[in-house]
Ligand binder design. Structure first.
Ligand SMILES: N[C@@H](CCC(=O)N[C@@H](CS)C(=O)NCC(=O)O)C(=O)O
Length: 226
């Protein structure tokens, strides 16, 4: 039982999904799970700000230990509960190196996708520029092409090698997010294959964002670079 853990999370957030997946993989049940609404601004409530001064989700606490950064929380849980549930760290040093690299570079992927997806939301109407939108899309294309290449690199089929690892926990939500926002599977066939391989994994499927009922098209014209 994990009664001394609290996770405050928001639906549709890749960082939150990572922590939910890890808790599931590590067979940690009975934690205090609280779904908050971004729309209602609940991520800026006192309840969150007391633990996470940035007012962001996920917000995670184990006893008195606070680990709000999603990848940090996943790594923390894997280390604290090494022998429980799925082993999410490869024993092979080479695969471990790849895992760490992918975990940390996932933030660049998230940022490049966000630059396209949230452009209109972040930039006031009078200041929006088609050229800036185009540049963001090109940069997202370059980044996604890197990840498309990673899927065929190494022994696979998972990101760090033969087994599902923390790299997949951290990166899969970003890949699913890209397809939800309209990334074209024909243009990124390896990413699509990776997505299809993992989408029904119980830990992933159980926490699939319920708000993702329709697909958006913001990333539909993103192309692969050579
Ligand atoms: N680096 C943080 C990022 C968390 C994050 O950006 N959360 C978003 C939701 S996906 C959020 O709470 N945004 C609201 C805000 O920044 O005000 C992590 O990985 O945990």
């Amino acid at each position: 039982m994990a009664k001394d853990m609290t996770l405050l999370w928001g639906d549709g957030s890749p960082p939150c999904w990572r922590v939910l997946i890890t808790l599931e993989e590590k067979a940690l049940q009975g934690y205090n799970s609280k779904l908050l609404s971004f729309e209602k601004g609940e991520h800026k409530s006192q309840q969150v700000l007391m633990i996470n001064p940035r007012g962001q989700l996920p917000t995670f606490k184990h006893g008195e230990r606070v680990v709000n950064e999603s990848a940090g929380a996943c790594m923390y849980l894997e280390n604290e509960f090494k022998e429980q549930g799925t082993h999410l760290t490869p024993t092979c040093p080479k695969e471990r190196a790849v895992m760490y690299q992918r975990i940390f570079e996932a933030s660049t992927l998230g940022q490049k996708l966000g630059d396209v997806i949230y452009y209109d939301w972040k930039v006031p109407e009078g200041e929006r520029q088609e050229s800036a939108k185009k540049r963001n899309k090109e940069a997202a294309g370059v980044e996604l092409s890197l990840w498309e290449g990673y899927i065929c690199k190494g022994p696979g089929p998972f990101l760090a090698g033969k087994n599902f690892s923390l790299a997949d926990v951290v990166v899969f939500p970003n890949i699913a997010y890209a397809f939800h926002y309209g990334l074209c599977p024909e243009r990124f066939p390896k990413l699509a294959q990776y997505y299809n391989m993992l989408k029904d994994r119980p830990s992933i499927n159980k926490h699939w964002p319920t708000s993702w009922t329709d697909t958006k098209d913001l990333l539909k014209d993103i192309a692969k670079t050579k």
